[in-house]
Design a protein around this ligand. Sequence first.
Ligand SMILES: Cc1cc2nc3c(=O)[nH]c(=O)nc-3n(C[C@H](O)[C@H](O)[C@H](O)COP(=O)(O)OP(=O)(O)OC[C@H]3O[C@@H](n4cnc5c(N)ncnc54)[C@H](O)[C@@H]3O)c2cc1C
Length: 406
Amino acid sequence: MEKLFEESIANVSRMRKISDAEMDLFYKADKAADELFLPEYEHYIKREFNPETPKILSKYGILGIPIKAEYGGLGMDPIISVLAKERLGQLGMGISSFINVQVFLCAQGIQRWGNEEQRNSYIPKMVKNEKVFCFGLTEPEAGSDPASLSTSYKKDGSGYRISGTKYLISNGTISDYMIAFARSDHVNGEISAFIVDMRGEGIERVELKEKIGLFTSDTGMITMDDVSVPEENLLGPIGKGIQVAYSSLFNARLGVAAGCVGVIEAALNASVKRARERFQHGKEIGKHQLIQGHLSAIRQNLEEARWPTYIAALKKGEYEKDYSNREMMLDAEMRISLAKRIASKLAFDSADRAVQIHGGFGYSLMSPVGQLFCDSRVARIYEGTDEIQDLKIASSLLGKEYEAYS
Ligand SMILES: Cc1cc2nc3c(=O)[nH]c(=O)nc-3n(C[C@H](O)[C@H](O)[C@H](O)COP(=O)(O)OP(=O)(O)OC[C@H]3O[C@@H](n4cnc5c(N)ncnc54)[C@H](O)[C@@H]3O)c2cc1C
């Protein structure tokens, strides 16, 4: 098993007993990461999503970790998802993004908010990768403030018709379904969530290729023009779309933190190797003290990112036992914001230091650390920006009346 992953499991096992089934899953996550390493690297260079990736993730059970057994998953706690995601995060944010969307945003979203028919009809297929989902919240004019979204729905017989544009959507052009958020055309303009079949008439999709990283993750723009959605595809109660969105983002935000811990580990592993192998001024660069300073800083980043992420996962696990406990929810939410804020900042810093240690070779997409550098920047933007996490953390200190955004 990969050494830093093994160390992480040992760390967590000091706080919580790890069962045999969980340990077995960690071995599978480790195997999946080994199997995906080379293809992921090669597809990154070609700047394309690898359709084999989800199949391999599914084969090793990764797409079902937090999903209940009755829907084909493993029903494991958030801390187990976090550790498995950490290992896969060592391969960069592309695989991490797929897992975030398919599992944490969409499958868990349907598990929490869907009715029994929806759960049975979609979740087992998502776990087996027979159906891929995307999560359509962001729009060209609504990002950090999703409550201002303008995609609209109107009642049409027993179903609905949706029109509008979703922007920067991961899995956008490869998905079979989208959880789409839209506003009622009624005066109250309430927001609801829908499961939209992407093969429906009136849907157009374009891939957004001009990103500065995250090349193995598909990102798309989706236009819906009077798309028909049957009544049974309403997800959660009518008018509760923002709650559906926020509770799903809550899952995914923790997933981002876990992926970032993996990025730091990958940056550390690559940097130690390079420091031993590269000679300049007559000795290994690892014998130059300034390079040792960077290595020490990355190692410190790892410690600083790991613990808040594990604590957030444990808190989330406690809250999931009783969704009605508001105090626990607020505590878990704040912990998750802290974890994402800290881990994403330190992942970017670690990737930057790793590029520095690799010199000119690091400044290339051919170099795994160059890939980590380009990828990790997005973690400070998606699933809620740095600034939005800061506002959440500050309002948890000051009280709700100080919330600096509506
Ligand atoms: C590669 C990628 C994949 C993505 N995948 C998805 C996806 O699958 N589904 C989806 O729905 N979205 C997705 N997103 C969108 C992402 O969630 C948004 O980009 C993010 O929420 C920020 O919104 P924005 O880009 O519109 O920035 P804006 O909201 O315009 O923010 C611009 C700046 O203003 C700051 N700001 C905004 N409001 C405040 C405030 N009140 N106080 C202080 N500062 C503020 C922000 O922090 C930021 O620094 C993805 C984005 C990227 C880049």
